[in-house]
Write a protein of this length. Structure first.
Lengths: 316, 291
């Protein structure tokens, strides 16, 4: 077990390294000169441009730049943002809590709705409730989340005035303003997540409920609640946890759209605007943060298997 | 005799599947709109009419007009052409490339390790992020959207095909073919590929739906099909500033995206039940962007 843990954690490092390398080269094939962005079009004399390129290290060959960038990145230094003229780490640190609030709250809501709905529709297989939840789960993955966000704004902010249309308040300014600004974004982001989780919970429950040990449990005279939760759900949980990891990663990607709809100052929105501005230090670091979090969640999911199902052994 | 034949005709199997049928009922009009867009749209989707800005729904403008006085109905109709073309091309390319890579990976052990590592690497990135990066690198162009989405989705097709190949490879008929002297290429082409088709078709259908969603998301961010082309995501993006006064600008294109994606997902679910009942509730699932 401990050996497995160690192996997994060690495997995490090359994964991050590969991602970082991919991101570096993908951001650097982007046409467009960052020096231009910095100097501005009006006073861009050739000398000034060359000066800036030298400052940024852009005059060196790409592999030298890569080595320099990587050795600094390992120490947690992602350079200076070309647009903000601030350390990248600082710019990202300001925005990361927003994205984390949005995605973690969405995941919580998804779990609270998706799992009960999935279990319920499995034990009421082929009833009206089951049909409803099946329809909901197909519809949920088919609606564009950013559009759902606009519909929610239209109904709850513009028409009813219950929630602010956009913006963000940090939790340090109080819980209520924080949650009021996040409710609509969280609901729009989690709709598709709920749909997926409901669907997967239902199908893995249906699978488990048909097994022999469920008949045995029922034959022993156990109560239905105990059979469903203790015997069936515990076994369905492996699939469910995998899906939860997957959903969290999806949420990180989806947050880009939702942050744009609700003008939340998060990491996703930062990456998009930085990509447009060719502010590649921000794009690189932002992508590494988001992908790193996704990988970390993946790792946690893998490790939690052993806790859910003691049968899982990790010898290879 | 005749009724017997009819009961087992494959055509009826499709029509009797409620998911497939509902999906087709939703999608067929969409395809017709996309193909005959120039005939259906009352006016040019790009024609600017400064006098008639922000008209509400009327007989001349069933979906109103936008901030340039362009007819939203015509734009939405032409958007069907763009969205279905982009989605359809992505589905086609991922299918072709995915089959080649998937067959190679499943059949040749040496290639497998390298290919699957690479595919896993591509799938590490959460959701849209790699798409954003690719589009920023490639620049906004309709073909680049197709290219970026093909790169994003191909790993999923490869996985499905590879999984099927690994399963089929061990079947007796493959050994039998080898014993009578069939070449690897012939075995792959004549014996393995036809047996991969069912899960492939299902996954490609979901990929089509996925591509329409992703294209709309990228366009909404300004990184997809370049404006003023009336892709559905672009129309929503244009309309976002006017949500208070002109909500119709974004409601109708959103409805079209939802309907097209829903239709395709239902068809995918239906096809899975019809073509490969063993797969029910397992491998292939509609893809969500959560986006």
């Amino acid at each position: 077990m401990w050996l497995y843990l160690l192996k997994r954690i060690l495997a995490f490092i090359p994964a991050v390294f590969i991602v970082a390398t991919l991101i570096f080269f993908l951001t650097r094939v982007v046409p467009g000169d960052p020096a231009w962005v910095l100097v501005g079009h009006q006073l861009s004399s050739e000398e000034r441009l060359a000066e800036v390129r030298q400052e940024l290290g852009l005059d060196k060959p790409i592999h030298t730049q890569y080595v320099m960038w990587l050795s600094k990145a390992i120490q947690g230094d992602f350079g200076t943002s070309i647009f903000f003229q601030q350390p990248v780490v600082k710019v990202i640190a300001e925005r990361f809590p927003v994205t984390l609030s949005l995605t973690v709250l969405s995941l919580l809501l998804t779990i609270l709705v998706g799992i009960p709905l999935g279990i319920f529709s499995a034990i009421r297989h082929n009833t009206r409730i089951d049909h409803f939840s099946t329809f909901f789960s197909v519809l949920g993955v088919s609606l564009p989340s950013f559009w759902v966000g606009f519909l929610l704004i239209l109904l709850f902010s513009v028409t009813l005035g219950w929630f602010p249309t956009s913006g963000y308040r940090p939790i340090s300014l109080g819980f209520v303003p924080w949650i009021r600004h996040l409710i609509l974004p969280v609901v729009s982001l989690s709709l598709a997540e709920m749909a997926l989780l409901t669907r997967m919970t239902r199908s893995s429950m249906l699978d488990v409920l048909g097994r022999d040990y469920i008949y045995t449990a029922r034959a022993k005279g156990l109560g239905e609640g105990r059979v469903v939760l203790k015997h069936a759900f515990r076994n369905a949980l492996v699939t469910v946890v995998t899906v939860i990891g997957l959903i969290f990663a999806l949420g990180l990607g989806g947050s880009v759209l939702i942050e744009n709809v609700f003008a939340l100052p998060g990491l996703g929105r930062l990456i998009v605007s930085a990509a447009v501005r060719r502010d590649y230090p921000i794009v690189q670091a932002g992508m590494i943060y988001l992908t790193g979090v996704a990988l970390l969640v993946n790792l946690i999911v893998d490790i939690s298997y052993s806790w859910i199902n003691p049968q899982v052994t990790y010898e290879k | 005799m005749r009724s017997e034949a009819r009961r087992f005709s494959p055509f009826r199997r499709y029509l009797r599947n409620r998911l497939f049928l509902t999906g087709m009922i939703i999608l067929t009009p969409m395809i017709l709109i996309a193909v005959f867009a120039p005939l259906i749209a009352p006016s040019d989707p790009l024609e600017i009419d400064a006098v008639n800005k922000f008209q509400t729904l009327s007989r001349e403008h069933p979906f109103g007009t936008d901030e340039f006085g362009r007819d939203v109905f015509s734009r939405v109709v032409h958007g069907a052409t763009i969205s279905l073309r982009v989605g359809g091309l992505t589905a086609l390319f991922t299918a072709i490339i995915g089959v080649f890579i998937g067959l190679a990976s499943g059949f040749y052990k040496l290639l497998d390790v390298v290919i699957m590592r690479f595919m896993d690497g591509l799938m590490i990135f959460p959701g849209l992020l790699l798409g954003i990066l690719l589009m920023a690198a490639l620049g906004p162009h309709e073909f680049n959207v197709v290219l970026a989405m093909t790169i994003l989705y191909t790993p999923r097709i490869v996985r499905i095909v590879r999984g099927a190949v690994l399963e089929i490879k061990t079947q007796d008929y493959v050994d039998a073919a080898r014993v009578i002297g069939a070449s690897n290429i012939r075995i792959l082409w004549r014996h393995i590929l036809p047996n991969c088709l069912a899960p492939l078709i299902v996954q490609v259908t979901f990929g089509f739906a996925w591509a329409i969603l992703i294209e709309s998301g990228l366009s909404f961010l300004g990184l997809g099909t370049p404006p003023p082309a009336p892709s559905w995501g672009n129309i929503i993006s244009d309309g976002r500033e006017f949500i208070r006064n002109a909500p119709w600008l974004m409601i109708f294109p959103g409805l079209m995206i939802s309907a097209a994606v829903l239709g395709l997902n239902l068809i995918g679910d239906g096809l899975r039940d019809i073509l490969d009942p063993r797969l029910r509730n397992t491998r292939s699932q509609p893809e969500s962007t959560a986006g």
